[in-house]
Design a protein around this ligand. Structure first.
Ligand code: ZN
Length: 427
């Protein structure tokens, strides 16, 4: 079995690839981020967004590609309503990145090229008519084309995980669902499943297609070379058309654009998350899987864990897990270092947050003392208990008193009072 992919990813630029319209889909107002260039009006001239070039070079670099010294664009000529100018501006031989690889568990999945291209407009299908929204037209994409090196579903899953993480570290929004063309062949004839959105759909489409092709082969039938589509509701792939070959597109050089030198683009050493996680795990005698889970889509965690000394490491990991268990995602490095100096394992969520906010940690001895203080008050004034229950203001008064005396947060103070009230010896 051979699987190859063409993964499309939107680049994190402020403006579109060839004009200055905002590069995001304005879902509230259709056809609002448009101009003659991205509407494809005759005579409108594209101007390349240099930022898209830089980001693409960074991605290509992180995918171990060699960066083309000169990069250029071509027109992929075909007719479809989402592309009214009659061609898509894309790259082929002049692609920004060529001949790279992504490493998954020691195996290289080769990257044939990373090309820059424009997103077409969006077709909105209604019952008996279709509408076109051009907000998406011209949003900068990278198409990442692999060689057919993936040989199992597990490899496909690992590859997508690693790729998404690499893209995350290049500033790509990980919440966007990647659109992928899946090429899959169990015989000499390749079947392409077009436009699969998201990783789960991709895995399901691949599983379905493997089964379908296997059973055809088992029946002694031939697998047709064709293009199929994936229906996420039924979980099936369906035939669209016999596969077109590349020669059927009229590829021509894009004369409205020029050659672009990539020599001046500053490239630093890219973060390869798989490699980093492995290094951290090895150095600290930890499981690679745990470190991957904590760092693949969280740069702050990667920075923290890379910087921790071995003797602090275990505590650091359990602190990050503690943040996760309390659903605290917006912690800073400073929060981390403040918490690691505390006895965070003994804290409930409220106390944890209080210490994180800079309040001193209340230890067990202090808690007992505060509880005793509340108990004493109740003994001195037996009517106080019923008054607390009737009147919220009395509770607030007590909270204020404890807060001040013991330098506690309001929530913590209230919790301690409630604990005392609930205890049978008081009632
Ligand atoms: Zn525009």
């Amino acid at each position: 079995m051979k699987i190859g992919l063409e993964v499309h990813v939107a680049l994190p630029t402020r403006t579109k690839l060839f004009c200055s319209d905002p590069a995001y889909e304005n879902l509230e107002e259709v056809n609002s981020n448009v101009c003659p260039v991205c509407l494809g009006l005759p005579g409108a001239k594209p101007v390349l967004n240099k930022k898209a070039l830089e980001i693409s070079a960074g991605i290509a670099n992180a995918l171990n590609c060699s960066i083309n010294k000169k990069t250029w664009f071509i027109r992929k000529v075909y007719f479809y309503p989402d592309l009214p100018k009659g061609y898509q501006i894309t790259q082929l031989d002049g692609s920004i990145g060529l001949n790279g690889y992504v490493e998954i568990s020691g195996k290289h999945i080769r990257i044939r090229r990373v090309q820059i291209e424009e997103d077409p407009a969006k077709i909105i299908r209604e019952k008996d008519y279709s509408l076109i929204d051009f907000n998406r037209s011209g949003i900068p994409l990278n198409e990442i084309v692999t060689e057919p090196d993936i040989e199992a579903i597990d490899e496909l899953r690992d590859f997508m995980e690693e790729l998404r993480s690499i893209l995350y570290y290049q500033g790509v929004d990980i919440n966007q669902e990647l659109k992928t063309d899946l090429n899959i062949s169990l015989s000499e004839n390749r079947v392409e499943v077009k436009n699969v959105t998201g990783v789960n759909n991709l895995l399901n489409a691949a599983k379905y297609e493997i089964k379908r092709q296997e059973s055809l082969l088992n029946e002694g039938k031939e697998i047709k070379r064709e293009t199929r589509t994936y229906n996420a509701d039924s979980g099936e792939t369906l035939s669209l058309r016999e596969k077109e070959t590349e020669e059927e597109y009229g590829f021509i050089f894009e004369p409205d654009l020029t050659f672009y030198s990539t020599k001046e683009i500053p490239l630093s050493e890219a973060i390869i998350p798989g490699k980093k996680a492995r290094e951290i795990a090895l150095r600290n005698g930890y499981s690679e899987k745990t470190i991957k889970e904590l760092t693949y889509f969280d740069r702050k965690n990667l920075d923290i864990l890379s910087g921790l000394k071995s003797d602090e490491f275990k505590k650091g990991v359990s602190l990050i897990e503690k943040f996760a268990s309390f659903n605290i995602t917006d912690y800073t490095k400073e929060d981390f270092y403040r918490m690691i100096a505390s006895e965070f394992n003994q804290l409930d969520k409220q106390a944890f947050k209080s210490v994180m906010a800079g309040n001193p940690q209340v230890n067990e001895a202090d808690r007992q003392e505060i509880k005793q203080f509340v108990k004493d008050m109740l003994v001195d004034d037996p009517a106080l208990l019923s008054r607390i229950k009737e009147d919220g203001k009395i509770m607030n008064f007590l909270v204020g008193k404890i807060k001040k005396k013991y330098n506690l947060s309001a929530n913590e103070s209230a919790d301690l009072i409630k604990e005392v009230i609930k205890s049978p010896s008081v009632n």
